[in-house]
Design a protein around this ligand. Structure first.
Ligand code: ZN
Length: 64
């Protein structure tokens, strides 16, 4: 399952990570607006290391 950079349900880019940045890769990342699952922390980290960091720099709420 690919990580959803933009929520397919509400269009928000904000996310919530339960347990902070030290959480395991299997941790489910949720939409900060509607709380639906957007993917796992592992999926998010894969994206962050694939040359698309610019997308995350503009994403308030993801500072780690
Ligand atoms: Zn949402």
């Amino acid at each position: 399952m690919a990580f959803q950079l933009v929520c397919v349900k509400c269009g928000s880019v904000g996310i919530i990570i339960d347990g902070s940045a030290l959480a395991p890769p299997s941790t489910v990342v949720k939409c900060s607006h509607c709380r639906s699952a957007r993917g796992t922390l592992g999926d998010l980290r894969n994206l962050a290391t694939s040359g698309r960091r610019d997308l995350f720099d503009a994403n308030a709420g993801l500072s780690a």
